[in-house]
Design a binder for this molecule. Structure first.
Ligand SMILES: C[C@@](CO)(OP(=O)(O)O)[C@H](O)COP(=O)(O)OP(=O)(O)OC[C@H]1O[C@@H](n2ccc(N)nc2=O)[C@H](O)[C@@H]1O
Ligand SMILES: Nc1ncnc2c1ncn2[C@@H]1O[C@H](COP(=O)(O)OP(=O)(O)O)[C@@H](O)[C@H]1O
Length: 283
Protein backbone atom coordinates (compact mmCIF):
# COMPACT_ATOMS: atom_id res chain seq x y z
CA UNK A 1 0.00 0.00 0.00
CA UNK A 2 3.03 2.31 0.37
CA UNK A 3 3.61 4.12 -2.90
CA UNK A 4 6.32 6.32 -4.39
CA UNK A 5 5.69 9.99 -3.60
CA UNK A 6 3.64 12.01 -6.06
CA UNK A 7 6.00 14.14 -8.20
CA UNK A 8 6.87 17.35 -6.35
CA UNK A 9 6.26 15.88 -2.88
CA UNK A 10 8.57 14.13 -0.41
CA UNK A 11 5.99 11.71 0.98
CA UNK A 12 2.66 10.22 -0.19
CA UNK A 13 0.97 8.14 2.49
CA UNK A 14 -2.37 6.43 3.10
CA UNK A 15 -4.84 7.26 5.87
CA UNK A 16 -7.07 4.18 6.12
CA UNK A 17 -10.59 3.97 7.53
CA UNK A 18 -11.50 2.01 10.64
CA UNK A 19 -14.61 0.05 11.48
CA UNK A 20 -15.91 -0.25 15.04
CA UNK A 21 -16.80 -3.97 15.09
CA UNK A 22 -18.82 -3.21 18.22
CA UNK A 23 -19.17 -0.18 20.48
CA UNK A 24 -20.42 -0.27 24.07
CA UNK A 25 -20.93 2.83 26.18
CA UNK A 26 -20.03 1.79 29.73
CA UNK A 27 -20.01 5.12 31.58
CA UNK A 28 -19.37 8.83 31.46
CA UNK A 29 -16.49 10.96 32.77
CA UNK A 30 -17.13 14.10 34.85
CA UNK A 31 -16.12 16.21 31.80
CA UNK A 32 -18.96 14.64 29.78
CA UNK A 33 -16.79 12.39 27.60
CA UNK A 34 -18.03 8.81 27.40
CA UNK A 35 -16.22 5.70 28.57
CA UNK A 36 -16.51 3.02 25.98
CA UNK A 37 -15.32 -0.37 24.83
CA UNK A 38 -14.81 -1.00 21.15
CA UNK A 39 -12.87 -3.08 18.64
CA UNK A 40 -11.15 -1.12 15.89
CA UNK A 41 -10.39 -2.80 12.59
CA UNK A 42 -8.49 -1.09 9.79
CA UNK A 43 -9.75 -1.60 6.23
CA UNK A 44 -8.24 -0.96 2.80
CA UNK A 45 -10.41 2.06 2.04
CA UNK A 46 -8.30 5.17 2.49
CA UNK A 47 -7.52 8.83 1.91
CA UNK A 48 -4.06 9.69 0.56
CA UNK A 49 -1.96 12.58 1.87
CA UNK A 50 0.99 14.18 0.07
CA UNK A 51 3.62 16.14 2.03
CA UNK A 52 6.16 18.73 0.84
CA UNK A 53 8.71 20.22 3.23
CA UNK A 54 8.86 23.99 3.81
CA UNK A 55 11.93 25.52 5.35
CA UNK A 56 9.85 28.28 6.97
CA UNK A 57 7.29 27.32 9.63
CA UNK A 58 4.16 27.72 7.50
CA UNK A 59 1.59 24.92 7.32
CA UNK A 60 -0.52 25.02 4.15
CA UNK A 61 -3.31 22.76 2.93
CA UNK A 62 -3.13 22.80 -0.86
CA UNK A 63 -6.67 21.68 -1.75
CA UNK A 64 -10.17 22.70 -0.81
CA UNK A 65 -12.34 20.33 1.26
CA UNK A 66 -15.98 21.47 1.14
CA UNK A 67 -17.23 22.14 4.68
CA UNK A 68 -13.75 22.02 6.26
CA UNK A 69 -11.93 25.39 6.35
CA UNK A 70 -8.13 25.04 6.29
CA UNK A 71 -7.72 26.30 9.86
CA UNK A 72 -10.17 23.69 11.20
CA UNK A 73 -8.73 20.78 9.25
CA UNK A 74 -7.48 18.13 11.65
CA UNK A 75 -4.38 17.70 9.45
CA UNK A 76 -3.43 21.38 9.75
CA UNK A 77 -4.22 21.33 13.48
CA UNK A 78 -2.10 18.17 13.93
CA UNK A 79 0.85 19.81 12.17
CA UNK A 80 0.59 22.98 14.30
CA UNK A 81 0.30 20.96 17.50
CA UNK A 82 3.41 18.97 16.59
CA UNK A 83 5.29 22.24 15.96
CA UNK A 84 4.18 23.61 19.35
CA UNK A 85 5.03 20.41 21.15
CA UNK A 86 8.55 20.11 19.72
CA UNK A 87 9.47 23.71 18.95
CA UNK A 88 10.15 22.62 15.37
CA UNK A 89 10.63 25.58 12.99
CA UNK A 90 10.00 23.70 9.76
CA UNK A 91 6.69 23.73 7.88
CA UNK A 92 4.81 21.73 5.26
CA UNK A 93 2.46 21.85 2.30
CA UNK A 94 -0.11 19.10 2.40
CA UNK A 95 -2.52 17.82 -0.24
CA UNK A 96 -5.37 15.61 0.96
CA UNK A 97 -7.00 13.24 -1.54
CA UNK A 98 -10.28 12.65 0.22
CA UNK A 99 -12.09 9.38 -0.45
CA UNK A 100 -13.52 8.66 3.00
CA UNK A 101 -16.96 10.10 3.74
CA UNK A 102 -17.12 12.82 6.40
CA UNK A 103 -19.32 12.20 9.41
CA UNK A 104 -19.31 8.58 8.32
CA UNK A 105 -18.03 6.87 11.46
CA UNK A 106 -15.00 5.61 9.52
CA UNK A 107 -12.63 7.98 11.32
CA UNK A 108 -11.42 9.72 8.17
CA UNK A 109 -10.49 13.04 9.77
CA UNK A 110 -8.78 11.27 12.69
CA UNK A 111 -6.88 8.99 10.34
CA UNK A 112 -5.73 11.96 8.24
CA UNK A 113 -4.46 13.63 11.44
CA UNK A 114 -2.62 10.48 12.53
CA UNK A 115 -0.96 10.09 9.12
CA UNK A 116 0.09 13.76 9.28
CA UNK A 117 1.71 13.25 12.71
CA UNK A 118 3.56 10.13 11.50
CA UNK A 119 4.65 11.82 8.26
CA UNK A 120 5.84 15.09 9.81
CA UNK A 121 7.65 13.21 12.58
CA UNK A 122 9.75 11.76 9.72
CA UNK A 123 9.90 14.81 7.44
CA UNK A 124 10.98 17.10 10.27
CA UNK A 125 13.30 14.39 11.70
CA UNK A 126 11.76 14.67 15.16
CA UNK A 127 12.02 10.98 16.06
CA UNK A 128 9.24 11.10 18.65
CA UNK A 129 8.19 7.60 19.74
CA UNK A 130 4.72 6.43 18.77
CA UNK A 131 3.45 6.66 22.38
CA UNK A 132 4.22 10.39 22.41
CA UNK A 133 2.52 10.90 19.03
CA UNK A 134 -0.52 9.05 20.42
CA UNK A 135 -0.65 11.51 23.35
CA UNK A 136 -0.47 14.46 20.97
CA UNK A 137 -3.12 12.84 18.77
CA UNK A 138 -5.51 12.39 21.69
CA UNK A 139 -5.66 16.18 22.07
CA UNK A 140 -7.16 16.31 18.57
CA UNK A 141 -9.76 13.58 19.04
CA UNK A 142 -10.50 10.33 20.86
CA UNK A 143 -10.13 8.33 17.65
CA UNK A 144 -6.67 9.61 16.64
CA UNK A 145 -4.45 7.42 18.91
CA UNK A 146 -5.49 4.06 17.42
CA UNK A 147 -4.36 5.14 13.95
CA UNK A 148 -0.89 5.86 15.37
CA UNK A 149 -0.87 2.69 17.53
CA UNK A 150 -1.28 0.88 14.23
CA UNK A 151 -2.63 -2.51 15.37
CA UNK A 152 -6.23 -3.67 15.20
CA UNK A 153 -7.23 -3.05 18.79
CA UNK A 154 -9.59 -3.53 21.68
CA UNK A 155 -10.06 -0.05 23.12
CA UNK A 156 -11.24 1.31 26.45
CA UNK A 157 -11.28 4.67 28.22
CA UNK A 158 -12.45 7.18 25.63
CA UNK A 159 -10.80 5.01 23.01
CA UNK A 160 -7.16 5.71 23.93
CA UNK A 161 -6.40 2.62 26.09
CA UNK A 162 -5.43 0.14 23.43
CA UNK A 163 -4.65 -3.57 23.35
CA UNK A 164 -3.58 -5.24 20.13
CA UNK A 165 -5.91 -8.02 18.95
CA UNK A 166 -5.50 -10.49 16.11
CA UNK A 167 -8.35 -10.67 13.65
CA UNK A 168 -9.27 -13.28 11.06
CA UNK A 169 -9.29 -12.55 7.36
CA UNK A 170 -12.55 -10.82 6.49
CA UNK A 171 -14.15 -8.69 3.82
CA UNK A 172 -16.67 -5.96 4.43
CA UNK A 173 -19.46 -4.36 2.47
CA UNK A 174 -19.78 -0.79 3.72
CA UNK A 175 -22.85 1.24 2.80
CA UNK A 176 -22.33 5.01 2.79
CA UNK A 177 -25.75 6.58 3.43
CA UNK A 178 -26.29 10.07 2.00
CA UNK A 179 -26.12 11.80 5.42
CA UNK A 180 -23.43 13.11 7.77
CA UNK A 181 -23.93 12.30 11.45
CA UNK A 182 -22.36 14.76 13.94
CA UNK A 183 -20.67 12.66 16.64
CA UNK A 184 -21.29 15.14 19.49
CA UNK A 185 -25.04 15.24 18.81
CA UNK A 186 -25.36 11.46 19.19
CA UNK A 187 -23.25 11.28 22.36
CA UNK A 188 -25.37 14.00 23.97
CA UNK A 189 -28.71 12.26 23.28
CA UNK A 190 -30.96 11.57 26.27
CA UNK A 191 -31.90 8.29 24.63
CA UNK A 192 -28.33 6.94 24.71
CA UNK A 193 -27.76 4.12 27.24
CA UNK A 194 -24.54 4.52 29.18
CA UNK A 195 -24.51 1.44 31.38
CA UNK A 196 -23.60 -1.54 29.23
CA UNK A 197 -21.68 -4.02 31.43
CA UNK A 198 -17.94 -4.11 30.84
CA UNK A 199 -16.66 -7.15 28.93
CA UNK A 200 -13.18 -8.67 29.05
CA UNK A 201 -10.99 -8.46 25.98
CA UNK A 202 -10.82 -12.28 25.94
CA UNK A 203 -14.62 -12.39 25.52
CA UNK A 204 -14.32 -10.72 22.11
CA UNK A 205 -15.46 -11.75 19.47
CA UNK A 206 -17.63 -14.49 21.00
CA UNK A 207 -19.59 -12.39 23.53
CA UNK A 208 -22.78 -10.81 22.19
CA UNK A 209 -22.00 -7.23 21.25
CA UNK A 210 -23.71 -4.27 19.60
CA UNK A 211 -23.23 -0.62 18.83
CA UNK A 212 -25.00 1.36 21.58
CA UNK A 213 -25.05 4.50 19.40
CA UNK A 214 -26.95 2.70 16.63
CA UNK A 215 -30.53 2.93 18.00
CA UNK A 216 -30.07 6.65 18.66
CA UNK A 217 -28.79 7.27 15.12
CA UNK A 218 -31.42 5.05 13.48
CA UNK A 219 -34.17 6.97 15.25
CA UNK A 220 -32.92 10.28 13.85
CA UNK A 221 -31.61 9.21 10.44
CA UNK A 222 -33.97 7.01 8.41
CA UNK A 223 -31.22 6.53 5.81
CA UNK A 224 -29.09 4.65 8.36
CA UNK A 225 -32.04 2.53 9.48
CA UNK A 226 -32.74 1.58 5.87
CA UNK A 227 -29.08 0.65 5.25
CA UNK A 228 -29.08 -1.64 8.32
CA UNK A 229 -32.22 -3.36 7.09
CA UNK A 230 -30.76 -3.83 3.61
CA UNK A 231 -27.51 -5.37 4.86
CA UNK A 232 -29.22 -7.54 7.48
CA UNK A 233 -30.24 -9.95 4.70
CA UNK A 234 -26.58 -10.92 4.37
CA UNK A 235 -25.37 -11.15 7.97
CA UNK A 236 -25.16 -9.15 11.19
CA UNK A 237 -25.26 -5.57 9.91
CA UNK A 238 -23.84 -2.92 12.25
CA UNK A 239 -23.18 0.78 12.19
CA UNK A 240 -19.56 1.95 12.59
CA UNK A 241 -18.85 4.50 15.34
CA UNK A 242 -21.45 7.25 15.44
CA UNK A 243 -22.49 6.49 11.84
CA UNK A 244 -23.60 7.05 9.22
CA UNK A 245 -21.79 4.07 7.60
CA UNK A 246 -23.15 0.57 8.05
CA UNK A 247 -21.26 -2.66 7.33
CA UNK A 248 -21.59 -6.43 7.15
CA UNK A 249 -18.71 -8.93 7.36
CA UNK A 250 -18.18 -11.64 4.73
CA UNK A 251 -15.59 -14.40 4.48
CA UNK A 252 -14.44 -13.76 0.90
CA UNK A 253 -14.12 -10.93 -1.59
CA UNK A 254 -16.45 -12.82 -3.93
CA UNK A 255 -19.17 -13.04 -1.27
CA UNK A 256 -18.81 -9.29 -0.60
CA UNK A 257 -18.96 -8.46 -4.31
CA UNK A 258 -22.10 -10.58 -4.65
CA UNK A 259 -23.76 -8.54 -1.89
CA UNK A 260 -22.91 -5.29 -3.68
CA UNK A 261 -24.30 -6.66 -6.98
CA UNK A 262 -27.61 -7.40 -5.30
CA UNK A 263 -27.96 -3.87 -3.89
CA UNK A 264 -29.83 -1.21 -5.84
CA UNK A 265 -27.52 0.92 -8.03
CA UNK A 266 -28.59 4.00 -6.08
CA UNK A 267 -26.98 2.69 -2.90
CA UNK A 268 -23.42 3.94 -2.45
CA UNK A 269 -21.24 1.13 -1.15
CA UNK A 270 -17.66 -0.18 -1.14
CA UNK A 271 -16.07 -3.59 -0.73
CA UNK A 272 -13.10 -3.42 1.65
CA UNK A 273 -10.62 -5.97 2.96
CA UNK A 274 -9.97 -6.14 6.69
CA UNK A 275 -6.28 -5.33 7.25
CA UNK A 276 -3.93 -7.06 9.70
CA UNK A 277 -2.69 -3.63 10.76
CA UNK A 278 -2.27 0.00 9.70
CA UNK A 279 -0.24 0.31 6.46
CA UNK A 280 2.19 2.71 8.23
CA UNK A 281 2.83 0.32 11.13
CA UNK A 282 6.42 -0.25 10.07
CA UNK A 283 7.14 3.44 9.37
C1 LIG B 1 -17.69 7.35 18.03
C2 LIG B 1 -16.26 7.08 17.64
C3 LIG B 1 -15.96 5.59 17.85
O1 LIG B 1 -14.70 5.22 17.37
O2 LIG B 1 -15.96 7.33 16.29
P1 LIG B 1 -16.56 8.21 15.06
O3 LIG B 1 -17.99 7.91 14.87
O4 LIG B 1 -16.35 9.65 15.41
O5 LIG B 1 -15.74 7.83 13.86
C4 LIG B 1 -15.29 7.89 18.56
O6 LIG B 1 -15.47 7.54 19.90
C5 LIG B 1 -15.38 9.38 18.42
O7 LIG B 1 -14.09 9.87 18.34
P2 LIG B 1 -13.77 11.30 17.66
O8 LIG B 1 -14.53 11.45 16.39
O9 LIG B 1 -12.28 11.43 17.62
O10 LIG B 1 -14.43 12.22 18.70
P3 LIG B 1 -13.92 13.61 19.36
O11 LIG B 1 -13.59 14.55 18.25
O12 LIG B 1 -12.89 13.33 20.41
O13 LIG B 1 -15.26 14.07 20.08
C6 LIG B 1 -16.37 14.61 19.42
C7 LIG B 1 -17.47 14.76 20.46
O14 LIG B 1 -18.05 13.46 20.74
C8 LIG B 1 -18.28 13.29 22.12
N1 LIG B 1 -17.51 12.13 22.60
C9 LIG B 1 -16.52 11.59 21.85
C10 LIG B 1 -15.82 10.48 22.29
C11 LIG B 1 -16.16 9.95 23.55
N2 LIG B 1 -15.51 8.86 24.03
N3 LIG B 1 -17.14 10.49 24.29
C12 LIG B 1 -17.82 11.58 23.84
O15 LIG B 1 -18.73 12.04 24.52
C13 LIG B 1 -17.90 14.59 22.79
O16 LIG B 1 -19.08 15.35 22.90
C14 LIG B 1 -16.98 15.26 21.80
O17 LIG B 1 -17.06 16.65 21.86
N1 LIG C 1 -9.13 16.21 7.18
C1 LIG C 1 -10.41 16.06 7.54
N2 LIG C 1 -11.16 15.12 6.94
C2 LIG C 1 -12.45 14.93 7.30
N3 LIG C 1 -13.08 15.63 8.25
C3 LIG C 1 -12.40 16.59 8.87
C4 LIG C 1 -11.05 16.83 8.56
N4 LIG C 1 -10.63 17.80 9.36
C5 LIG C 1 -11.68 18.15 10.13
N5 LIG C 1 -12.76 17.43 9.85
C6 LIG C 1 -14.08 17.54 10.53
O1 LIG C 1 -14.31 16.34 11.27
C7 LIG C 1 -15.65 15.89 11.11
C8 LIG C 1 -15.71 14.38 11.31
O2 LIG C 1 -15.11 13.78 10.22
P1 LIG C 1 -14.65 12.27 10.13
O3 LIG C 1 -13.54 11.99 11.10
O4 LIG C 1 -14.31 12.00 8.71
O5 LIG C 1 -15.93 11.47 10.49
P2 LIG C 1 -16.27 10.54 11.72
O6 LIG C 1 -15.78 11.22 12.98
O7 LIG C 1 -17.74 10.40 11.68
O8 LIG C 1 -15.58 9.24 11.48
C9 LIG C 1 -16.03 16.36 9.71
O9 LIG C 1 -17.41 16.54 9.58
C10 LIG C 1 -15.25 17.67 9.57
O10 LIG C 1 -16.03 18.76 10.02
Amino acid sequence: MLTAPKPGFELSLPAPAKLNLFLHIVGRRPDGYHLLQTAFRFIDFADTLHFRLRTDNHIRRLNDIPGVPEEQDLVVRAARLLQQYTGCRLGAEIEIEKKLPMGGGLGGGSSDAATALLALNKLWQLNLPREQLQEIGLQLGADVPVFIFGHNAFAEGVGEQLQEIQMDEAWYVVIIPPVQVPTAKIFSSERLTRNTPVIKVAAFPDAPTRNDLQPVVCEQYQEVNTAIKMLSQFGEAKMSGSGACVFVELKTRQAAENVVKSLSLEIKSVVARGLDGHPLLSM
